[in-house]
Design a protein around this ligand. Structure first.
Ligand SMILES: [Zn+2]
Length: 400
């Protein structure tokens, strides 16, 4: 048996011993050692009165990352049974000198935007700094938007859905033909764009949704039009109709193509970026020009590289969001590890702006006592989206 205290309706603050809550506990109860994460959430809904039809809950445990004689509380996100069991097991062991589970609970409305939810889960202890903040670069919108006045008629799309002239014969994969199958909407969009970029013809998207994709030639005198739709279970896309032939001009000037979006380019350069992480936008422009005989703008090439990095390694923002739970987990696994954050408040009380973090692993702190009284510091510049520098401090023992 172990006690659980539940805090909700207030906010997290940083006191002399680390994370603390600005309101007294809303509820407390004694739990069995084999309590599961699902049972815990059910109990929290019961005890706090949070409506489980309208909300999910976000849980952070206040964890003592210090020692029995010197408490230092950090927040540990509890998002699944594995994390919950680790917390219970560590709590039931008496080594850390803190045998109460303290849970800070946020009610998250189910209609919330997922992006906002993930941001609010990133908790940085409140510390301020006078260091300059990072800059953020705006990204080009990659969604193809219909031109003003261009709106697909629902009736026409419905008629197209009923088209029956589907030909399943094997065809040249570089062409578009009725019946051609694709794994997803993204795949059919890429194929249609690539075909027209090579043809030096331009498209307007009329509809692009989870179940249908309609494009037509940008030249109003040209009657070419393509309609694709998803399968019954939404697990594939298929070209259902292609109306007319292109009769528009295809005299390209080798310059940028309106349908060559950054997202499209990002998939072309995955291998290039993987092999050469410092590929410049100009190199990307040259690479694309050689493939398609048209040269994307510098800005498109720059954005395409950012997107390619996202595809290969995940988003910069998501990587930074993992920093707090990652270091909290290190403190749990290595009691005595010290972490210091610098962050600024924002208009959203649940979101702080990251400025910097410093940490020292517990064994390094212990080992430093036996080192010579000289510290070497070196740094390297981070060339990612947010810039910054990474520093490392090294001390040497008598044997160097
Ligand atoms: Zn045309």
């Amino acid at each position: 048996m172990f006690p659980i205290s539940i805090y909700t309706g207030g906010s997290v603050e940083t006191g002399p011993m680390g994370a603390t809550y600005n309101k007294p506990p809303s509820a407390s109860y004694t739990a069995q050692p084999d309590l599961t994460f699902d049972d815990l959430k059910t109990k929290i809904f019961q005890l706090t009165g949070i409506n489980h039809h309208e909300n999910t809950i976000s849980l952070n445990a206040r964890w003592n990352a210090g020692t029995a004689g010197s408490h230092c509380f950090v927040l540990l996100p509890i998002c699944d049974n594995t994390m919950w069991r680790m917390l219970v097991d560590k709590t039931l062991s008496t080594a850390i000198g803190w045998s109460i589970v303290e849970l800070f609970v946020d009610a998250v409305p189910k209609t919330n935007d997922p992006g906002e939810k993930s941001q609010s889960n990133v908790d940085l202890p409140a510390k301020t700094s006078e260091n300059p903040t990072h800059t953020q670069v705006c990204r080009e919108e990659n969604q193809e938007e219909p031109l003003p006045g261009e709106k697909a008629e629902d009736k026409e799309s419905q008629d197209l859905t009923d088209e029956e002239s589907i030909d399943f014969k094997s065809r040249d994969e570089s062409t578009l033909y009725v019946g051609k199958l694709f794994d997803s909407l993204d795949d059919v969009r890429r194929a249609v764009r690539e075909y027209h970029i090579k043809q030096k013809r331009k498209l307007v998207t009329q509809q692009s949704g989870s179940d249908k994709y309609v494009v037509k030639c940008m030249d109003p005198e040209c009657g070419w039009r393509l309609y694709a739709a998803s399968g019954k279970d939404g697990d594939y896309f298929q070209i259902r109709t292609i109306k007319g032939e292109h009769v528009c001009s295809n005299e390209g000037d080798g310059q940028d193509h309106i349908n060559m979006k950054s997202e499209f380019i990002s998939h072309l350069i995955l291998d290039l970026v993987k092999k050469k992480g410092d590929a410049s936008p100009r190199e990307i422009q040259d690479f694309v020009q050689e493939l398609y005989q048209c040269r994307p703008s510098y800005a498109k090439a720059w954005n395409a590289k950012e997107l390619a990095i996202d595809h290969l390694f995940g988003e910069w923002k998501a990587s930074y969001a993992k920093l707090a739970p990652y270091l909290n987990a290190i403190q749990v696994a290595n009691p005595g590890t010290k972490v210091e954050w610098w962050s600024d408040s924002t208009t959203d009380p649940n979101v702080r702006l990251f400025r910097g973090v410093a940490w020292a692993f517990a064994p390094a702190i212990e080992g430093f006592k036996s080192c010579r009284p000289v510290i070497s510091i070196d740094s390297t510049t981070l060339c990612g989206k947010y810039g910054g520098r990474m520093l490392i401090a090294v001390a040497y023992d008598a044997e160097g």
